[in-house]
Design a protein around this ligand. Structure first.
Ligand code: TEU
Ligand code: CA
Length: 578
């Protein structure tokens, strides 16, 4: 049913360089710091590292605004340092994938500087430039009504040209014009540069946004305000497939590399298959966010709603069951540098439950079908800081949102509800998962030297044992549990390619499913609540003969499966079926 492939069987670890490990005392994580930790990652069982952008950048969006694709940002080190990281990985049979951010560049990129300088320079249409519109009073207005992902209009005025440029993210991140062959060729050339240096693949940032509907028309009005969600005008526009096929032919064909496309919206399994079906020769897999956005409203993550377990089950089931064979493949992730920590997002960070909950989440993730992505800190059960104030946050998205909310109230002559705003920031902000990695009990959590000042506040809980060093020593820690599960997965092939069957889809408390391949089967039972729960094994599962393979509680392995299971808070069990 499947062509076996290394990229389907790997555990990938996302290194958010800025917050991973500082080697030189400037308080910023860097390449030498990452290299220092390669043996650590090997010992955890990691196969591949995804490195977030380390290219030259003014860091308006933490490196997702690139001013030179072929140079390393000096704050992270040199190209030699990068080469050393690659060598240290390859020496250990590990691989490296790099972030590819080609929907937009920085406004400091030479291409954009040239493009903005006049209406007739050779790169004048490498970006999306358009004339302004005017309202009834003759005031200048952006050419269309699209909203930026980071709030406000998706357009910025360029004085020199007296035109607007499109930027779906920050003002300093102008969108490239993919309709131009010259633009595409420049990107392909840059990709070949990194591949020729020996990298093993790319994570492609917002790759389903690169193609925009011709003429950039207004988006349908779906909400209040001046700007509208423009997703229907730039998510999965059909030409994106033309570009990805071309990219495959020009760059990827014949190279044994992994590709994963980030697609923050607009994909269901049918849409996704168009990108990842093997015979289409586009990408290997995508990041889709259905499960990550259950707690938002209409794509607005700041409009929190309570989600239910059946909703999560349904979203997982749909992708597990449809992305199969050579037509589909999933990326399994529960965290990244844009998202809340999984214990906060899906579970319970209350000290009473946190340890069990983090382990249950690990059992969940590592028993699904797909390539596994673990975000730095997830392996120690990291959680959001609870005591940060607005001054502690730096993320452009967070600050744009917060300031807009404050302004909105003030404009009405009202007092902003600062407590409410802060509780949302502590729950939703991207910086909650960007706090420096907690390596030890030492000063600055071992992220940087004692006398250095970390670029972002360290989450104080590292002193209470939530750090790598303490957890590695403790056989019962979240870290050791991850290590055990990773090993378990690699030695039990049904977890890679086996079928997925959801059981008891309506049960609001227990998430249970079976993974099967040939004569092998595993029953996974997860009590997704802080209460004790009884769960009845359904008839179709043969009860005698099932034995316990894994548990996050202290339970004898090889215990027989019984008809009724009495589950502790956040208890997870994996039974081997016969
Ligand atoms: O993220 C894509 C994206 O849409 C995010 O902005 C996401 O919607 C938001 O963060 C959820 O809160 C990618 C990168 O992962 C992100 O770090 C970049 O800021 C963004 O692209 C622009 O390059
Ligand atoms: Ca540093």
């Amino acid at each position: 049913e499947y062509d076996r492939a290394w990229w389907r069987e790997v555990i990938i670890y996302q290194v958010y360089v800025h917050s991973f490990k500082d080697s030189n005392g400037d308080g910023i994580g860097d390449l030498r710091g990452a290299t220092e930790k390669v043996p650590y990652l090997k010992s955890l069982g990691i196969d591949v590292i995804w490195l977030t952008p380390v290219y030259e950048s003014p860091l308006k969006d933490m490196g997702y605004d690139i001013s030179d694709y072929e140079r390393i940002n000096p704050i992270y080190g040199t190209l030699e340092d990068w080469q050393e990281l690659l060598d240290e990985l390859h020496k250990r049979d590990m691989r490296l994938i790099m972030d590819l951010v080609v929907n937009h560049t920085s406004d400091q990129h030479a291409w954009f500087k040239e493009s903005r300088s006049s209406r007739d320079n050779p790169k004048h249409d490498w970006y999306h430039w358009m004339d302004p519109k005017y309202d009834d009073q003759g005031n200048r207005k952006p050419p269309n009504n699209w909203a930026s992902v980071f709030g406000g209009p998706a357009w910025t005025w360029g004085e020199e040209r007296q035109q607007y440029y499109l930027r779906l993210f920050a003002s300093e991140q102008p969108d490239l014009n993919w309709t131009k062959p010259e633009v595409r060729n420049a990107i392909y050339k840059m990709m070949r540069f990194w591949l020729d240096l020996g990298i093993d693949g790319f994570r492609m940032d917002v790759i389903n946004m690169i193609s925009k509907v011709h003429g950039l028309p207004d988006a349908p009005v779906t909400g209040p305000g001046d700007v509208q969600n423009g997703g229907s005008m730039f998510l999965n526009e059909p030409n994106v497939h033309k570009y990805l096929k071309e990219m495959h032919k020009e760059v990827l064909a014949g190279r044994n590399v992994l590709t994963v496309g980030e697609m923050p919206g607009g994909v269901d399994p049918y849409e996704a298959s168009k990108y990842v079906a093997l015979e289409r020769k586009e990408l290997h897999m995508i990041f889709q966010f259905a499960h990550m956005t259950l707690d938002g409203t209409n794509g607005d993550k700041w409009e929190i709603r309570e989600w239910t377990l059946p909703e999560l089950k349904d979203s997982i089931r749909v992708w597990q069951q449809h992305m199969i064979g050579n037509h589909g493949w999933n990326s399994i992730f529960l965290e990244n540098h844009d998202q809340p920590r999984a214990v906060n997002h899906f579970g319970n960070a209350d000290p009473k439950y946190r340890d069990k909950c983090a382990k249950m989440i690990a059992m969940f993730q590592l028993s699904l079908r797909g390539s596994i992505y673990i975000y730095q800190g997830q392996e120690i059960g990291a959680a959001a800081p609870t005591d940060w104030n607005i001054e502690d946050y730096q993320d452009v998205e967070t600050l744009n949102w917060y300031n807009a909310k404050v302004e909105e109230k003030k404009a009405k002559g009202e007092e902003p509800d600062y407590d409410k705003l802060m509780s949302l920031v502590r729950r939703v902000s991207r910086d909650n998962a960007r706090a420096p990695m907690q390596w030890s009990r030492g000063a600055n959590a071992g992220f940087c030297k004692d006398d250095a000042k970390p670029w972002l506040r360290v989450n104080n809980e590292y002193k209470e044992g939530w750090n790598v060093e303490d957890e590695m020593k403790n056989p019962d820690s979240v870290w050791n549990f991850y290590k055990k599960l990773i090993f378990f997965r690699k030695t039990h092939p049904p977890f890679f390619y086996g079928g997925f069957t959801l059981i008891d889809e309506e049960d609001p408390k227990v998430f249970a499913y079976v993974r099967t391949q040939h004569e092998f089967g595993y029953l996974i039972v997860l009590n997704w609540t802080k209460e004790e729960n009884e769960w009845e094994v359904p008839e179709e599962i043969p009860v005698p003969g099932g034995i316990l393979a894994l548990s996050n509680y202290d339970m004898d392995p090889l215990t027989q499966l019984t008809q009724r299971l009495k589950l502790q808070p956040y208890e997870g069990r994996v039974y081997a079926l016969r």
